[in-house]
Ligand binder design. Structure first.
Ligand SMILES: *[C@@H]1O[C@H](CO)[C@@H](O)[C@H](O)[C@H]1NC(C)=O
Ligand SMILES: *[C@@H]1O[C@H](CO)[C@@H](O)[C@H](O)[C@H]1NC(C)=O
Ligand SMILES: *[C@@H]1O[C@H](CO)[C@@H](O)[C@H](O)[C@H]1NC(C)=O
Ligand SMILES: [Cu+2]
Length: 482
């Protein structure tokens, strides 16, 4: 009896889902629809919400009574982990904490003269250029990949990765600046191993990928950039295949679609962040106790949460803070988070405020290692407040623009991107990434969305005699190199 009623209910549910799909077809992923029954009439409320592709779970404060049993302030590493001390060498300890170029000059074996650092070849040490991965010329991108690979082979990359594995700081105000300092150090080391010391860490602007029908099919996840995964999620090609992890696995692991909370960045959220006058949306604690007197709402768009969703989207190694630095996507993604942080600083703070403003120390809001005056775990001698310095972008690196286009010039400046022109003339055009082979191109048929081949029946298909693409000489880095 019960089972037949259940069966009936199930059938009805299936029927309703089918009707739903029939009426709405492929619902725009940025739109949610709620059904209301009023009297005996049905109303549908459509809700355009540009922040997310799907609804996100609410973030909640940690109950005071659960302080010890919850994730509050924990730095988790699995029980069976084989600990290898993530030490810095003597020379690294001496120089990597520097906050200006004269101080760091000795690390490059350069000589300080008239306040400038002169390198062995006679060139001045300049700030590194951080460029979006798809805006680099193929030649420059390959040089950077080669440098990472030499650092991987020698064990250097994993040694630095362990600094994040065992002491990365999360869930509070020091999150952004700890990772800023970590990237600064990694970049200094990259530059000393690179044939061209101006190359900085490229950034992965995932807003370029999030408008795609299926962002994991973007060209960024092809052999040209971060690599493709096999059916078990192991990176099987590209410049980072066979990258042995810190734990000794022979490939990086990515489990796309594993976590429904996973999502890339998008333009609406980046703009919301960099134009937000509330410092708590950028540096505020993301896991405060219920007794924390700071009143900010745990808005799902906060910088650290927005950063988390990208980790969950790629998943696998990226899903846990102890393993995420195995994936080069971690480095490129954090460089984008630093882009957002820097542009928020430029937009919302004076030079003076940038070096001072920081949430008030209170252990009901975040653990003591997030406090302004606390030393940064494994990034000593710096204290958290030191990493608010303007020295980072005065002396060490500068960011290229994120790719953009206009109706007058619908060109994104990269053969890996195209300019999307919304039908509504009031909406601004924006750059979108092309797809890898067989990628889902539905809805983009009139755009050159396929890097290889053409969009045929919703998929990128190659014809037999696809001719070679000619590379345009590039841009930012090559200009500054002259
Ligand atoms: C429901 O619909 C019927 C006609 O189908 C109508 O006569 C009736 O007044 C409606 N009831 C309400 C509450 O609107
Ligand atoms: C550079 O940093 C060093 C070490 O912190 C400091 O002693 C020096 O005064 C700084 N130089 C400049 C020009 O800021
Ligand atoms: C928190 O909210 C209360 C009441 O709304 C207000 O009195 C208090 O000043 C706020 N605290 C902070 C730190 O903003
Ligand atoms: Cu981290």
């Amino acid at each position: 009896m019960y089972s037949s009623i259940l069966c009936f209910i199930l059938k009805m549910l299936l029927f309703l889902v089918a009707v739903w799909c029939f009426i709405f077809g492929f619902v725009d992923s940025y739109t949610s629809i709620t059904k209301y029954l009023i009297g005996n009439k049905t109303y549908f409320e459509r809700f355009d919400q540009p922040w997310f592709r799907h609804m996100h779970y609410d973030h909640e404060r940690v109950k005071d009574s659960e302080k010890d049993s919850s994730a509050f302030g924990k730095h988790y590493v699995p029980d069976d982990d084989v600990f290898i001390a993530p030490d810095w060498s003597k020379k690294e300890q001496k120089y990597l904490g520097c906050l200006n170029r004269t101080c760091v000059c000795g690390f490059y074996d350069g000589e300080v003269s008239n306040g400038e650092c002169i390198l062995a070849g006679g060139k001045k040490l300049k700030p590194a250029k951080r460029v979006e991965l798809r805006m680099l010329s193929d030649k420059n991108r390959k040089l950077i990949e080669k440098t990472w690979n030499s650092m991987k082979k020698s064990g250097l990359y994993n040694r630095i990765g362990r600094v994040h594995k065992y002491s990365g700081v999360h869930s509070g105000p020091a999150f952004t600046i700890w990772h800023r300092e970590f990237l600064k150090r990694l970049e200094i080391i990259l530059r000393t191993h690179s044939p061209i010391p101006e190359f900085g860490i490229p950034f992965f602007d995932s807003t370029l990928d999030s408008p795609l029908p299926d962002p994991k099919e973007s060209i960024i996840f092809s052999e040209l950039f971060l690599g493709e995964v096999n059916e078990d999620g192991f990176v099987k090609n590209g410049p980072y295949h066979n990258w042995e992890t810190m734990e000794g696995r022979s490939q990086i692991l990515r489990k796309f679609d594993y976590d429904k909370g996973g999502e890339l960045l998008n333009n609406a959220r980046v703009d919301w962040l960099i134009n937000n006058p509330d410092i708590n949306m950028i540096l505020g604690p993301t896991m405060p106790l219920t007794s924390c007197p700071m009143n900010h709402t745990l808005d799902a768009r906060m910088l650290e949460y927005s950063h988390d969703y990208v980790h969950f989207f790629i998943n696998g190694d990226m899903s846990k803070s102890y393993s995420s630095s195995n994936d080069i996507a971690f480095v490129y993604h954090h460089c984008m988070i630093d882009w957002i942080f820097e542009h928020w600083r430029q937009n919302q703070q004076t030079r003076q405020q940038r070096e001072i403003d920081y949430p008030l120390s209170d252990e009901r809001c975040f653990p003591f290692w997030h406090f302004a005056e606390n030393p940064m775990p494994l990034l000593q001698p710096l204290k958290n407040q030191d990493a608010l310095s303007n020295g980072y972008t005065d002396h060490f690196y500068e960011f290229d623009k994120r790719p953009s286009c206009t109706r007058e010039k619908p060109d994104c400046g990269s053969k890996y991107l195209f300019c999307y022109l919304p039908e509504n003339p009031h909406e601004l055009p924006y750059c979108v990434s092309k797809l890898r082979r067989n990628g889902n191109c539905e809805g983009f048929e009139k755009y050159p969305i396929c890097y290889w081949g053409k969009c045929i029946k919703g998929r990128c298909k190659e014809s037999q005699n696809e001719h070679q693409k000619i590379e345009k000489p590039s841009n930012f880095l090559e200009l500054i190199m002259k």
